[in-house]
Ligand binder design. Sequence first.
Ligand code: NAP
Length: 292
Amino acid sequence: MTIIDGKKVAQEIRNELKEKVAGLKSAYGKVPGLVTIIVGENPASKVYVRMKHKACEEVGMNPKIEALPATTSEDELVSLIKKYNNDENFHGILVQLPLPEQIDEDKIIETISPEKDVDGFHPVNVGKLLIGQDTFEPCTPAGVVELLKRYNIETKGKHVVVVGRSNIVGKPVAAMLLQKKEGANAIVTVCHSAANNLSDYTKSADILIAAIGRPRFITGEMVKEGVVVIDVGINRVDAPETKKGYKLVGDVDFDDVSQKASFITPVPGGVGPMTIAMLLNNTYKSFLRKQK
Ligand SMILES: NC(=O)c1ccc[n+]([C@@H]2O[C@H](COP(=O)([O-])OP(=O)(O)OC[C@H]3O[C@@H](n4cnc5c(N)ncnc54)[C@H](OP(=O)(O)O)[C@@H]3O)[C@@H](O)[C@H]2O)c1
């Protein structure tokens, strides 16, 4: 059994990007810029935004944070996004979700120029993803596919079962692995909460991707021997023995499932670190597209 080390792979990607960004600086005299817009005081969002900012700096890109008060109106946010749509110094625009309730998330996502939509959430980019055109792949699904590639895990003709159909993980990862191309070409089944007997599906998976949001939901008896398991879940569970009083676990019961798996991602240290690495990759891609 191999534990897929997302932390290590993410660091490798960041190292590669650092070199590529240095190359851009000498070729074009400028580097990719990423603006992250955060509205309100959500503590988890603040942590994510800081992590993205730091990772951007580390690879030599130009990051900027726009922190707006929780009372910001939809019109104000729309105006700010439009400003960055027209600012040549920024190649990526990311609006940290969730947004306060007075702001319509769909409208905000649609305001971001598809050319700068490095999260890959704009309907134009979602459509391109589905029909197999070049686009910005959403970061977490892109991280999943990249991990499979870097561990040389064959996907062609394999049965991939995705548990979860969210717009940010389940649906896009299914669409990506379905494409008729290298690193994909899988037979894909997508499950959700209406599945009557989930095990009937998960047991037939060669590759199981769990994006459910329920701690240790997938158990050993739900998978077959030799399965590849990618656990996207990040769940907080009480752990009085730890300093913080809680710990993070995935959607997969790691101790149980790892007895049968051939490859498995841990939580933390699996898919999680890949998300930011893929965001940087998309920002780099956006910069290159702009130069062409
Ligand atoms: N960077 C990262 O690593 C990263 C990024 C994003 C998310 N995550 C984590 O990944 C997990 C999923 O996130 P998400 O945003 O995709 O969650 P979500 O929007 O809540 O979607 C959860 C999906 O799981 C399905 N589900 C729930 N209970 C089920 C059950 N009993 N049987 C089968 N399917 C069930 C739901 O089905 P219905 O559609 O029928 O409700 C839904 O499609 C969370 O733990 C989240 O924290 C991690």
